[in-house]
Ligand binder design. Structure first.
Ligand SMILES: [Zn+2]
Length: 423
């Protein structure tokens, strides 16, 4: 981590502002700018935590904040402790502690035993820039709080970042949701991560989400979620081009000489549009590029040198080949539209399912035309398996959508996400 102080700017500052706000401090607007109000909040936090109150975030302060960022502490049982007394001390609940420690008995804590104490706060923030690093922290925090969640790595990005997946449920009906094939569309990663958190929370407490019994879904279905297909592209959009990027010079060239990637970059770090890199009429996608003036790597719509030439699309395709998915959802932004066909292929049940999805989300079913109708993940899935595959375009406006649209997007999609595991 880098040292943060007044004047620092970035997604890391934003995350810390969000964490401070959640635990009761007042760092000001969550804007990623370390100003005087953020400094005052840090000083207060340092005082309350017994740290040197200098308003600078270096290793010690960062470590103290990290617990709240991940949403839990590790606690060693002492004589006289009970689950109840620990829950009181940490402002959390007995249920949360028991969920995070499936091995412990409420009546028989062993002195010296280490347990996880989850805080009352949520892990996934929905008001900040959602970089790969923040997602990685959230996955680790959620997995610790909810040990029944399984996670894994489907592959690596060009720059070596993990393509994490999360597995919810144990049922025979397998479905697959993914997000952020496109760099600008990172709000879709937040959507799936918040869904994972709320689904896990409902499962642990035996509660419904909407009207849906989460434990029934858990037993009937297995939901695989790959929340960030293109982490290199997302980070380029959110954090800008770093000097140590091995593609530094090329990226500027591919970006028409500009060092500003924040409003244009959809591709992976090699300038390949991952959702034009699947083996479904890939040659037609290639031919269509010329009409858009695309001759090589760039911000959008370049299909690469061959289908699955990129490690990210190859990993997603391999992951799909290694399962038997009844249905897949590929999340994109924007338009409030659901694409559900490929060329003239209409999988059995797809007309019925897209109507249901449309009813619960308010989004419009649509059939793709032109360059966007080839070589996408949903296209490849439908052609290969003749089963329901959907591209869902969330939100409205110009990409990247502001994170302030998050709550509306979540409300539009929560029931769809539950239904997709049941239809
Ligand atoms: Zn997209």
């Amino acid at each position: 981590m880098r040292i943060l102080r007044v004047g620092s700017r970035g997604s890391d500052v934003m995350k810390i502002q969000a964490v401070l706000t959640k635990i009761g401090y007042s760092p000001g607007i969550i804007d990623g700018i370390f100003g005087n109000q953020t400094q005052q909040a840090i000083i207060q936090f340092q005082k309350n935590s017994g740290l040197n109150a200098d308003g600078v975030i270096e290793a010690n302060t960062y470590r103290a904040l990290e617990k709240f960022r991940l949403g839990y502490s590790t606690y060693t049982i002492r004589s006289g402790d009970s689950v109840y007394s620990i829950s009181r001390r940490y402002y959390t609940t007995i249920n949360k502690i028991l969920a995070a420690n499936p091995g412990i008995s409420i009546y028989n804590l062993r002195i010296g035993q280490q347990i996880i104490v989850p805080y009352g706060i949520d892990v996934v923030d929905t008001n900040i820039n959602y970089t790969y690093e923040i997602m990685e922290g959230d996955i680790s925090g959620l997995k610790t709080r909810y040990p029944f969640i399984q996670t894994g790595i489907a592959g690596k990005s060009v720059l070596g970042k993990n393509l994490y997946y999360i597995k919810l449920g144990n049922g025979p009906n397998e479905v697959f949701y993914n997000a952020s094939h496109h760099g600008l569309e990172w709000i879709t990663s937040v959507l799936l991560m918040k869904f994972i958190e709320n689904f896990s929370k409902a499962y642990v407490h035996g509660k419904n989400l909407m009207e849906y019994n989460v434990r029934d879904i858990w037993n009937e279905s297995t939901i695989y979620i790959l929340p960030m297909v293109n982490p290199d592209g997302v980070d380029l959009v959110l954090d800008g081009l770093q000097r140590d990027n091995p593609y530094y010079e090329s990226l500027i060239r591919w970006n028409n000489g500009s060092t500003d990637f924040s409003r244009v970059w959809q591709a992976n770090i090699r300038g390949v549009d991952l959702n034009h890199n699947y083996d479904a009429s890939w040659n037609l996608s290639k031919q269509a590029e010329a009409n858009y003036g695309i001759t090589g790597p760039g911000p959008t719509r370049y299909s690469g040198t061959a289908p699955e030439s990129e490690p990210e699309s190859k990993a997603v395709a391999d992951f799909t080949r290694n399962h038997i998915f009844r249905l897949v959802l590929a999340y994109h932004s924007q338009g409030e539209v659901i694409y559900w066909t490929y060329l003239n292929i209409i999988p059995p049940d797809s007309p019925k399912i897209v109507q249901l999805f449309s009813d619960v989300s308010g989004y419009t079913p649509s059939r793709t035309t032109g360059i966007v109708s080839y070589a996408g993940y949903k296209d490849w899935f439908i052609e290969s398996y003749r089963r329901p595959g959907f591209t869902i375009e969330v939100g409205r406006g110009r990409n990247p959508l502001p994170i302030s649209q998050f709550n509306e997007i979540y409300d539009d999609n929560i029931e769809l996400l539950l239904l997709a595991a049941l239809v």
